[in-house]
Design a binder for this molecule. Structure first.
Ligand code: IMP
Length: 508
């Protein structure tokens, strides 16, 4: 199979590289999984995750069977070839989700003998899921639109120095003592929200919370039920895989090919993203290296993924969104879930109709719907101001995904600058005034909400790109698009994907 230009490009790209990272430069869902798959299969000995948790979702098709993984690294299907998959200490690990994924592998008759779980990964426990869901419910309109997987509360417990780690699953007394303290705080917070009994039970009555098993009518959290399930079921099941993975990673430096698999995207990073509408870990390459126990300078190559257009799930500013606020409201309204299945949108076309309709057409074309929920993702044009911001942290090596989704567009727009259109605002030591042109990306959502994109209009390529295997074979308009990005983002595009299958990946 993999021969020719694509393979040469990959070999050249990774010559002398021992540690490579794959991260996303947008709001996640850019298709980095496919690049990770290719590198995991052809290059890596070790595949490690270091950030996020079960908020990530990754679909892999193997021998015609579809797998959806949230926690195990994407290299798990290569366990049989002796590849080691690592869940690093920076990950927030939901044991229930992980055990389900291992069961999924068991059912398919696939091995995971080389899986390693850090003894220091942070535990996601039932109270984290409950608080995440309760807060989102309570906030209503002002909510972040989290994935409801307990990610924020789990990282909060870690920073507040009351979190539990995977190692605690192996020490009953420590587990019970720490759990007791954590539940006290969670109970206080939940009480203070004054939710009615029915809502509370509904929140607990979720499959990820074993349909109410951890609900207690007076104490809210049934600590005994939690301890029983987590220590006796999950702890015992995961014990053989738990070890000091950071020591393992450091020992592998210079000896093995190590692939670091990012989660979410730079614009969702708690440190560099569009606060407060972000996740709770640092999704940059720096956060990723740290999360597996390495230093940033141990990483020899960072491949940052950018989709040829952009999407965002959940709330928060998105300057280049097609249809703007109207689109955000449309996507957050659950009556539009799975709109791709409905006739009323059959007429939408990428080249005419309102901006909102073009956005819908782009979404249908790119299958931009959440893998688990069917939630429509908000869609818009590529934003180079945001990309330049991301590249400050993730470096200048870019990989473009889903270019084939733009095949039918007559015009392709790219945002190069913003115009500020809000009230006078102190920002970063100067006063922003309406009409100011911004070359930088204001991560502060207050500012970002008030910017208008300045667009460059490029000719679309208007021809199918799927199946093209070399850079030379690409239509000239697409080459111009790539060059435009390289010039205005000061980066190097090292490859692209032009189709849904893992064969549709070109490195040049
Ligand atoms: P949380 O990570 O569940 O707390 O969600 C915080 C924000 O990050 C929300 O806007 C989510 O939609 C977004 N988010 C989290 N994980 C992903 C992902 O894997 N892809 C896209 N968006 C994500």
């Amino acid at each position: 199979e993999a021969t020719g230009e694509h393979e040469m490009g990959l070999n050249e790209l990774l010559a002398g590289v021992r540690v490579a990272g794959v991260v996303c430069n947008q709001w996640g869902d850019t298709g980095k999984g496919k690049v990770v798959d290719v590198l995991a299969e052809r290059w890596a000995d070790i595949i490690a995750r270091g950030t996020g948790g079960a908020n990530a979702g990754h679909t892999i098709v193997c021998n015609g069977k579809e797998f959806v993984f949230h926690l195990v690294p994407s290299g798990i299907l290569h366990d049989g070839q002796g590849k080691v998959n690592v869940i690093g200490e920076g990950v927030v690990l939901d044991p229930h989700v992980l055990v389900e994924e291992l069961n999924q592998l068991d059912r398919a008759g696939l091995s995971y003998n080389h899986l390693r779980i850090s003894h220091e990964s942070k535990l996601v426990l039932p109270h984290h899921l409950v608080l995440d869901r309760a807060r989102e419910f309570k906030k209503g309109i002002g909510r972040i639109g989290t994935t409801g997987r307990g990610i924020g509360p789990a990282y909060e417990d870690h920073v507040a120095r009351r979190g539990l780690v995977v190692n605690d699953l192996l020490n009953r007394d420590v587990f019970l003592q720490k759990l007791g303290r954590a539940l006290e705080g969670a109970q206080r917070e939940l009480h203070s929200m004054e939710l009615d009994g029915e809502t509370t039970r509904e929140i607990f009555n979720h499959p990820l919370l074993l349909n109410g098993r951890f609900y207690h009518s007076t104490k809210l959290f049934d600590g005994e039920a939690i301890a029983k399930t987590y220590l006796e079921e999950y702890g015992k099941r995961l014990a053989p895989f738990i070890s000091n993975t950071s020591a393992f990673m450091r020992a592998a430096l210079g000896k093995k090919n190590v692939l670091l698999e990012g989660a979410q995207g730079l614009l969702l990073s708690v440190d560099h993203g569009t606060r407060p509408f972000v996740t709770s870990s640092d999704s940059s390459i720096n956060g990723l290296a740290r999360g597996v126990g390495l230093r940033e300078r141990d990483v020899n190559a960072c491949i940052a993924i950018a989709k040829a257009y952009m999407t965002r799930v959940g709330s928060g500013p998105f300057p280049t969104e097609l249809g703007g606020r109207e689109s955000e409201a449309h996507c957050n309204d659950h009556s539009h879930d799975r709109e791709f299945e409905r006739k009323e949108y059959a007429h939408v076309n990428v080249n005419n109709g309102s901006e909102l309709e073009k956005g819908i057409a782009l979404r249908v074309k790119g299958s931009e719907y959440g893998a688990t929920t069917g939630r429509p993702r908000r869609t818009g044009w590529l934003d180079l101001v945001a990309l330049r911001h991301a590249m400050q942290f993730n470096g200048s090596l870019l990989f473009l995904t889903k270019v084939d989704v733009l095949d039918a567009f007559k015009e392709v727009r790219v945002c190069t600058q913003y115009e500020y259109a809000g009230p006078d605002y102190n920002y970063g030591g100067s006063m922003l005034k309406s009409g100011d042109v911004l070359d930088f990306f204001p991560a502060d959502s207050k500012v970002l909400e008030c910017v208008q994109p300045v667009y460059a209009s490029l000719n679309g390529w208007g021809t199918p790109t799927n199946g093209i295997k070399t850079f030379e074979g690409l239509p000239v308009e697409l080459k111009n698009f790539i060059q435009f990005i390289e010039t205005h983002a000061h980066g190097k595009v090292c490859g692209l994907s032009n189709g849904a299958s893992r064969e549709d990946v070109i490195f040049f």
